[in-house]
Ligand binder design. Structure first.
Ligand code: ADP
Ligand code: MG
Length: 456
């Protein structure tokens, strides 16, 4: 039984989250969902990127009754981007329960929104200003709301929305359930929850102290669309002997694995959808060196006995800081040198700080390797291979060919050409992975390279 199944969710919701590729609840989800389902007011404090949307989204969707035409759930968010993003995630989570969510935000034509509101959404996700606007026009009525969520409460208060929020909450029936999510519980947030919540239960994402193996830890700030090329440049630059790449969902693991193979790397995927036999097969190939790169989700990699990994790449920063420790613990075993590289997008800065706090270790910023760096790395590797091979006997036929060639050709040109032919030049073919917040698109795959990259 997966940990999601222990939270008391309906089959439809479970189906939806597995469809999204979530394997296990994040700590905040694990704590918040059962409490919210039981009807408590909940205050959830956890840093960005820890899955707070589903933490409130799942309970809110479970509470919607289908035989009502009114708006039953309201989510208040600080920005238009968040309104769109949260509504998108709620629509995905509510897909099988057929729960409809509509975002309402400033900047979009209000007449268009009024028309969309006539389609009777069950949940509205709105920014405070635009919500007030609709309330004044009576195009949004709050008298049937049974559950309200304040998302990024600290942010909303910082932006000066306090009066709007108080007004909106004042218009919602008192017997409602109220959930509040925030990265920090500031004084202002505390005042708000004292005034508007009923015996709220405060939960925090766990922050136990754990020790970290002594390996080099770096982070790179990379936008989502550049992650894949950055990873490839890294692989070319370092040519790791055994690397693990961690990604957030099963879907991303599959896509990443495919894209890496298309670029000519030998990669294998490990995630929860594979049966034990399939996993064993991939692991066997990895141990024997037939696969150089293992692409995995956290859950799949847990409990795997992996040795001698030189590099761990966190293609996606882990949701749970403790997962970070598990992930990087894979490298540097048995006295070997290891390094961990974590890719973060701009908005994930804070999560990195939480990890640093938990591990009491500084994670250093690493420059993003360029194609030129990658090529230089490959050239260095070719030279190393050639030099190493000169220690081994070479057949007299090759020597005769070499002597012949040298009679008519310049030795530098000959050697340079041979080196060029032996060097795997970094590929630049475009690859696009599905981003989690966009509609699932078919990944645009690079053409397969004929030559499989082999470990020398
Ligand atoms: P927060 O609101 O805490 O900043 P989000 O709810 O936006 O975080 O979640 C961040 C990302 O993690 C989203 O892409 C979301 O789809 C994904 N996510 C959420 N819960 C899980 C989970 N249990 N397993 C895997 N990915 C998850
Ligand atoms: Mg959020």
């Amino acid at each position: 039984m997966s940990a999601f199944e222990k939270l008391g969710l309906s089959l439809e919701s479970l189906q939806a989250i597995y469809g999204l590729g979530f394997e296990e609840p994040t700590p905040i989800q694990e704590k918040a969902i059962p409490l919210a389902l039981a009807g408590s007011d909940v205050v959830g404090q956890a840093p960005t990127g820890t899955g707070k949307t589903a933490a409130f989204g799942l309970p809110i969707i479970e509470k919607i009754t289908k035989d009502s035409d009114h708006i039953q759930g309201l989510v208040i968010v600080p920005t238009r981007e968040l309104a769109i993003q949260v509504a998108e995630e709620l629509n995905k989570i509510g897909e099988y329960k057929k729960v409809r969510t509509l975002p309402i935000y400033g900047g979009q034509d209000i007449m268009r929104q009024i028309k969309l509101l006539k389609s009777r959404p069950h949940i509205v996700v709105g920014t405070p200003g635009r919500l007030m606007d609709h309330m004044r026009r009576r195009t949004v009525r709050l008298d049937n709301i049974s559950i309200v969520v304040l998302d990024e409460a600290d942010e909303m208060l910082n932006m000066g929305f306090i009066d709007d929020i108080k007004f909106i909450l004042g218009e919602i029936p008192k017997d409602r359930q109220t959930l509040l999510f925030s990265a920090s519980i500031t004084k202002a947030v505390e005042n708000l929850l004292k005034q508007f919540m009923h015996e709220p239960i405060l939960i925090k994402a766990s922050q136990r102290n754990i020790t970290v193996p002594s390996i080099e830890q770096y982070y790179l700030e990379v936008p989502e669309r550049k992650k894949f090329d950055t990873l490839c440049n890294f692989l070319d630059l370092h040519s790791p002997e055994g690397a693990i790449v961690f990604a957030r969902t099963k879907k991303r693991v599959d896509e990443l694995n495919q894209a890496l193979n298309h670029r000519g790397y030998s990669a294998g995927a490990i995630h929860g959808d594979l049966n034990q036999g399939q996993r064993n097969m991939v692991m066997k190939q990895f141990r024997s060196g037939n696969i150089e790169i293992l692409v995995a989700t956290d859950v799949a990699a847990r409990g795997l006995d992996i040795e001698g990994v030189s590099h761990v790449f966190n293609y996606d920063i882990p949701q749970d800081p403790e997962s970070y420790v598990h992930r990087i613990g894979r490298t540097g075993r048995a006295g070997r040198k290891g390094a961990a590289f974590t890719f973060i997008t701009h908005r994930e800065q804070e999560q990195l700080r939480v990890i640093e706090q938990l591990t009491q270790r500084k994670i250093l910023r690493h420059p993003i390797p360029t194609l030129t760096d990658a090529l230089a790395g490959q050239q260095r590797i070719t030279v190393e291979r050639v030099l190493k091979a000169t220690n081994e006997p070479v057949s007299s036929t090759y020597k005769a060919i070499a002597e012949n060639l040298l009679e008519d050709h310049d030795s530098v040109t000959l050697l340079a050409t041979a080196l060029k032919l032996l060097t795997k030049e970094p590929s630049t073919l475009p690859v696009k992975l599905t981003e989690e917040h966009s509609k699932p698109k078919k990944p645009r795959q690079a053409k397969p390279r004929h030559r499989k990259r082999k470990r020398s």
